[in-house]
Ligand binder design. Sequence first.
Ligand SMILES: Cc1cc2nc3c(=O)[nH]c(=O)nc-3n(C[C@H](O)[C@H](O)[C@H](O)COP(=O)(O)O)c2cc1C
Length: 343
Amino acid sequence: MFYKIFIRSILFLFDAESIHNFTLNFFSKATFLYPILKLIFSPESDSVAELKGLKFKNRLGLAAGFDKNGIAIRFWEALGFSHLEVGTVTPLPQPGNPKPRIFRLKEDEAIINRLGFNNKGAEEVRRNILEARKLTGKDFVIGVNIGKNKNTPIKEAVNDYKKCFEKLFDVADYFTINISSPNTEGLRLLQEEEYLDELLSEIKDLNDLISRSNSEQPKSVFLKIAPDLTPDMTGLIYKLVVKNKLSGIIATNTTVERLNLKSRINEQGGLSGKPLKQMSDKVLKSLNDMNRENSDDPVLLIGVGGVFDNDDYKSKLNNGASLVHIYTGLIYEGPSILKKILN
Ligand SMILES: Cc1cc2nc3c(=O)[nH]c(=O)nc-3n(C[C@H](O)[C@H](O)[C@H](O)COP(=O)(O)O)c2cc1C
């Protein structure tokens, strides 16, 4: 309540992206506050889940895009997340699309963004993770979400994913291949069979090669998909994920649909938050049904989209998710959302 009435009202007076960057920067430096934040916000340890060789102290993670460059990793740990997904990271730094590019739809408890993979590039993100790793607990899982640079033609996109994978291999606990952002022109073409099969098999080969030469286990690799796919395309993607032995699927990214919105703001970009919930649950459920039919070799499912409270969280788990990510819910509900969901 305190967050919604006081803090959020103040934060929402400012431009969405400026206040996002300001608070992220502030909390990345205010390390003296971490023990207090932990005391106030961190939920009791829910359950320890061991999934694909990784241990999670609870099932809640921060979704990709919130801390793209991994500048505040220890802050997320202090709030009580079991893991976070840094990125989307591209091989080279890039500024993203022109501003303004994040819009709040308050009546809908939603956000539209068209950031376009603004990030500091793989080299700097690698340094940030290495630095944070010195002080995070061993049980805090760091995933890295990877993508392609804006100027890389779609036919050469595989090379960008491979560059990121190679550069960040030793600092990532898992990787997510992002082919579902609506804000990089042509990116969603990578969801089509001719591109996707090649992309996934090349990443698999690279994963095997690096892990063998380092004498360690291959990394877990996830694919993050859009909520706007036809059922046929979702089915095809599922088959390619199984064929190329990925660990799992993250469902979903933001949507380009604009269904039943109260707000009149109609900006281009990806919509997240409450209006996305039903769509992303539907995709998750269909993947879970495919897992049931493929019970010898199911893939791990991570649910994301419109999680604001314990009911939303439970519906993701009931629809087959083993882990749940949040983004927009954190903006609207504040950091007490973790306790609200898990306690
Ligand atoms: C401002 C903003 C930036 C985002 N950036 C990324 C990104 O870089 N990579 C990615 O895979 N997803 C990105 N997302 C999508 C989220 O990770 C998440 O999949 C989506 O917002 C749905 O979850 P939510 O309804 O809890 O926000 C972004 C979302 C928002 C709102």
